[in-house]
Design a protein around this ligand. Structure first.
Ligand SMILES: NC(=O)c1ccc[n+]([C@@H]2O[C@H](COP(=O)([O-])OP(=O)(O)OC[C@H]3O[C@@H](n4cnc5c(N)ncnc54)[C@H](O)[C@@H]3O)[C@@H](O)[C@H]2O)c1
Length: 251
């Protein structure tokens, strides 16, 4: 895959899957703006990624509509245009039964997993419509496809993004803009690795959920993000591609 000449913005890219995707995009010739809420983590990621290619960073909370609009503006000014926008930031406040989740947790999960995606799309679409080109890729979760125990509101928000993606794809397809989702299964990021360390035997048990009998690596997730962002995607829009070792198709 060649991303030479492509300008890409990735949210939530100070760590985890977003950072790994940034690394791969840079290795394949892209210019990348990475975003994160945590400035220290973002700075460290930028320092690391500088060795791979042309990277800039923009610290912002992607649940803040105005901050995301400013980020899009900055990316357009810095690079002279944006080709690909990845709404990747996402997380859950707490892993517990819905009945035990306080109301603030609903707002948190919907804010970061759904509203942040709307913010990203709203911010970059005028630019994409003007140039009659652009790709948006939203990172969702198989929790949103099949529903996840103790992650009910997170699942709802991710399912919301899948529905939004389908509808938006219909609205902006006439401008040659493609909008798709990449849906991940459990992926061994720094956070997930820390969680697995606290659960002896947990990884082996979890691996049995997947047809490929292993948990995802960050490379697996990033590869799918590159695939859906690539020039090979020419007539695909409103779709959700799972990178989850054969989890969701059996459910
Ligand atoms: N890792 C998994 O097992 C897994 C599984 C399914 C889906 N996903 C999805 O993949 C995406 C990436 O997840 P990850 O595992 O790499 O997460 P991560 O927590 O490792 O990294 C996400 C980054 O986003 C940043 N972030 C959090 N809130 C933010 C905000 N409001 N504004 C800007 N940045 C913010 C965090 O600081 C963090 O650096 C998310 O959308 C997540 O829901 C992950």
């Amino acid at each position: 895959m060649d991303f030479t000449g492509k300008n890409i913005v990735i949210t939530g890219a100070g760590a985890g899957v977003g950072k790994k995707a940034a690394e791969k995009f840079l290795e394949h010739g892209a210019r990348v703006m990475i975003n994160d809420l945590r400035e220290d983590v973002l700075d460290q990621a930028e320092q690391y990624l500088k060795a791979k290619g042309e990277v800039v960073s923009f610290a912002a909370d992607v649940t803040d509509t105005e901050a995301v609009r400013a980020m899009a503006q900055k990316a357009i000014e810095t690079f002279g245009g944006v080709d690909i926008w990845l709404n990747n930031a996402g997380t859950a406040k707490e892993v517990k039964l819905f009945i035990e989740q306080p109301r603030e947790n609903w707002d948190f999960d919907i804010g970061i997993n759904l509203i942040a995606v709307l913010n990203g799309c709203k911010a970059i679409l005028p630019h994409f419509i003007e140039k009659k080109a652009g790709k948006i890729v939203n990172t969702v979760s198989d929790a949103g496809r099949v529903g996840e125990f103790r992650l009910a509101v997170y699942s709802a928000a991710k399912a919301g993004v899948i529905g939004f993606t389908k509808a938006l794809a219909r609205e902006v397809g006439r401008y040659n803009i493609m909008v798709n989702c990449v849906s991940l299964g459990t992926t061994k990021t720094e956070n997930i690795n820390a969680m697995l360390e606290m659960m002896p035997g947990g990884e082996e048990k979890m691996a049995k959920l997947y047809a490929l009998r292993r948990i995802g690596e960050m490379d697996d997730a990033a590869n799918a993000l590159l695939l859906m962002s690539s020039d090979y995607v020419t007539w695909i829009t409103g779709q959700t591609l799972s990178s989850s070792g054969g989890f969701s198709f059996v459910s």
